[in-house]
Design a protein around this ligand. Structure first.
Ligand code: UDP
Length: 505
């Protein structure tokens, strides 16, 4: 039975994320936000992910304390049963993209053990908050008579574009073109938004097929949920939030959830930093305000060709700009090629003093919030895009896969807080090498000069980015739109719980 405070239930939420960094990180932030309001958040994790995320909450909470507001429910990952190698519990540890469907099989196999746990749980959590990528959670809600909220870690812009494309069967009506680079417009949106087929993610392309693909299963789980929360804020994409509100039963924008971490050093997010944070801050302190470009391509871009990264390295150097460049270290073969190039060319010596390379995991939110950072070159993963917006940092957009081309449009065209580096084709995640070198050094240099440079257009972009950060900060403060939306979501869950007979639970 849920506990009571001032006549209000303090709710026990069970959070069910996909085991991938860009899903786990915002889920853990969400848990912190719920706990901050006095509710209990139990997060489903697997053993290796629990070890990774323990420090993310340990500073705030003592997990050993049974009264702690953030709890971990640790269940074994059924990787072996699905044919994954030992110890592979997170998307970032898949040996190759060929294992992706096995990874999703294993994620789906979590349903059984979670049902057993819920069967035995006494008291049982009051409400589920589930990753959209785990549509089987709809069955849990039904079987245990639990309110279920779907959590989206992508933008309303993406959700609405994708919805319109599918509903109006836009792509099926397009003439077949050899290279898929003819632009087509997404109908019925607040702005004139065009894409090419080459920019469309695989999921969207398969959505028009007869069985509707994975998107149909996600959609069904979303439509039967009691509500939908999105890690965004209304002011960032108001027309699209309004548009998507017309699609689902209830929608609450509750982000940017990352802002709950912005106060300080030692905030562990996702993985342990590969650089001593105080050294990193010392380096940033030595740079002038707004002068540093931060370059990072998220948590799972691990297969970018060494030759592509060398083009980037030369572009960064020739721009003359200060930079922090985060390089992921595996798979071995590409990083070895890059490592030997960096060594033979004495690259790090050449850029010493103005270029800092982090090999592995960077404390991204900490870096973005430093006043020396004036630009963010990003692959446009949604978390990174939102973290850049929350920090008031304009972006160079370098989309690669999934919904990243949608995010580029929102940043560059709708909000005008970024410039494109000029990528035209979506690649398959994990097979980045197949597509070859897409961005040459001159394009890198040019984009940096446009973003970081002088007056006029550049200044206007920076002003808009700063304004957006103010709006983001206000959104999550008491009385702000995201703060209120979280209250509305909680109120709605309470209303549902009041209507549920919980005597037998
Ligand atoms: N991230 C980080 N340090 C890194 C790389 C990534 O902290 O070195 C975090 C980043 O702040 C973001 C998440 O990992 O919260 C990446 O999510 P995103 O949606 O941007 O991209 P994805 O990993 O899904 O490609």
């Amino acid at each position: 039975m849920a506990s009571q405070r001032e006549g209000d239930y303090l709710i026990h939420f069970l959070l069910v994320p996909l085991m991938s960094q860009s899903h786990l990180i915002p889920f853990v932030d969400l848990a912190k936000l719920l706990a901050g309001r006095g509710h209990t958040a139990t997060i489903l994790l697997t053993p290796r992910n629990a070890i990774r995320f323990l420090p993310s909450v340990a500073a705030k909470e003592s997990l050993a304390d049974s009264n702690s507001k953030i709890q971990f429910l640790v269940l074994p990952f059924p990787g072996k049963e699905a044919g994954l190698p030992d110890g592979c519990e997170n998307m970032d540890s898949l040996p190759s993209p060929d294992f992706i469907s096995k990874f999703f099989d294993a994620s789906n196999l979590l349903q059984g053990p979670l049902e057993d746990w819920l069967d035995a749980a006494d008291p049982r959590p009051d409400c589920l908050i589930c990753d959209i990528c785990l549509p089987w959670t709809a069955d849990l809600g039904l079987r245990f008579n639990l309110p279920r909220i779907v959590f989206h870690g992508i933008s309303c812009f993406t959700l609405l574009c994708s919805h319109k494309l599918k509903k109006l069967k836009v792509m099926g009506k397009l003439p077949q073109a050899a290279d898929n680079t003819e632009p087509f417009q997404v109908p019925d949106l607040p702005d004139e938004i065009s894409f090419t087929m080459a920019q469309m993610p695989e999921l969207q392309l398969s959505a028009d097929k007869k069985d509707g693909g994975v998107l149909d299963r996600f959609k069904a789980a979303e439509m039967t949920a009691d509500g939908v929360i999105v890690n965004t804020f209304e002011e960032l994409e108001s027309g699209y939030v309004k548009g998507y509100r017309g699609v689902v039963k209830r929608l609450w924008c509750i982000g940017p959830v990352s802002i709950c971490n912005t106060n300080g050093v030692g905030i562990h997010r996702g993985n342990e930093s590969s650089i001593d944070e105080s050294l990193c801050l010392e380096w940033l302190d030595s740079r002038s305000p707004g002068s540093v470009l931060y370059v990072c391509f998220g948590s799972i871009c691990r297969h970018i060709l060494a030759t592509q990264l060398i083009e980037l390295a030369i572009g960064l150097e020739s721009s003359g700009c200060s930079f922090i460049w985060v390089i992921k270290k595996d798979p071995e073969v590409y990083s070895r090629e890059l490592e030997s190039w960096l060594r033979e060319e004495k690259y790090e010596e050449r850029v010493a003093g103005r270029g800092l390379i982090i090999k592995g995991w960077a404390p991204q939110v900490l870096i973005l919030s430093h006043h020396a950072v004036g630009g963010f070159m990003s692959h446009c993963g949604w978390n990174s895009t939102l973290e850049g917006a929350a920090a008031g940092v304009p972006m160079i957009t370098w989309p690669m896969f999934a919904e990243q081309f949608y995010n580029e449009k929102l940043v560059v065209q709708v909000n005008q807080t970024g410039v494109v580096v000029g990528v035209e084709r979506c690649m398959t995640w994990g097979k980045e090498e197949e597509i070859g070198v897409l961005v040459r050094r001159d394009a890198v240099k040019l984009a940096i000069e446009r973003l970081m440079g002088g007056r006029g257009e550049g200044e206007e972009r920076r002003r808009k980015a700063r304004e957006m950060a103010e709006l983001a900060k206000r959104a999550v403060e008491d009385g702000g739109s995201s703060y209120k939306n979280m209250s509305l979501m909680i109120h709605h869950v309470r209303t549902l719980l009041n209507g549920i007979d919980r005597s037998g639970r």
